[in-house]
Design a protein around this ligand. Structure first.
Ligand SMILES: N[C@@H](CCC(=O)N[C@@H](CS)C(=O)NCC(=O)O)C(=O)O
Length: 215
């Protein structure tokens, strides 16, 4: 499907799960169509990759995921997902400049609005008090997302919408983290059904044995 293999640095139980989900949505297979480089972490154990000169040349910030595709080198999970969608095209990608811009908008919103409140709960930061505070922060955000999903299945497209990279990016945060912490979405029924629709797809599989750090 792609003439040159995409390489993703990062393991499934990290933000690299976002491009891996998208690659699977395109029917691409690990090893055959794309390469996964184990950069170590809490699940796979730590290794030296991230301290290597090769890796730091790709991302001087030392963070995963990183993608290489021929001469193209990208870090930031949202940028990587949007590159893959632009490269492989089809209904998962933006069909017009407006759709592409809205896809970018949801990618940015996922990491600027939702991630700073969901991720600390995954790592149980602040214990019960932290969870209450992050949940309170999320209430207006989830109400806003719910209003965007009323009468829709997906974020982008006409009528009820169609599944796109925008859903992959947003559900990688709201859906994946929300499910990991058993977040109660019931006050936001349209978000709840969208979480179910997106994260029950075959191509989505969360890092089941993700270990979370205690406080
Ligand atoms: N905004 C970045 C965040 C990247 C990031 O913080 N990655 C984490 C892993 S999910 C990381 O590399 N942390 C440092 C470490 O694990 O040593 C993205 O979405 O790609």
């Amino acid at each position: 499907m792609v003439s040159e293999k995409i390489t993703i640095y990062g393991h499934q139980a990290s933000r690299a799960s976002r491009p891996y989900w998208l690659l699977r949505e395109y029917g691409l297979e690990k090893g055959k169509d794309f390469i996964e480089v184990d950069t170590g972490g809490p699940v796979t154990g730590y290794n030296e990759v991230r301290d290597s000169a090769e890796f730091l040349a790709l991302n001087p910030y030392r963070l995963i995921p990183v993608m290489t595709h021929g001469e193209v080198v990208l870090y930031e999970s949202q940028a990587i997902c949007q590159y893959i969608a632009a490269l492989l095209g089809g209904p998962l990608s933006g069909q017009t400049p407006a759709e592409t811009a809205r896809i970018n908008m949801y990618g940015l919103s996922s990491i600027s609005n939702f991630e700073p409140n969901f991720l600390p709960m995954v790592f149980r930061q602040g214990g019960d008090e932290g969870r209450a505070r992050y949940t309170a922060n999320l209430e207006p955000l989830l109400s806003a997302l719910n209003s965007e999903l009323i009468n829709r299945d997906y974020l982008i497209g006409e009528s009820r919408g169609r599944f796109t990279v925008a859903d992959v990016m947003m559900a990688s945060v709201v859906g994946q983290y929300g499910r990991a912490i058993k977040f109660d979405f019931s006050p936001w029924p349209d978000v709840e059904s969208w979480v179910q629709l997106t994260t029950r797809r075959d191509a989505f599989y969360p890092p089941r044995d993700m270990k979370v750090k205690p406080d």
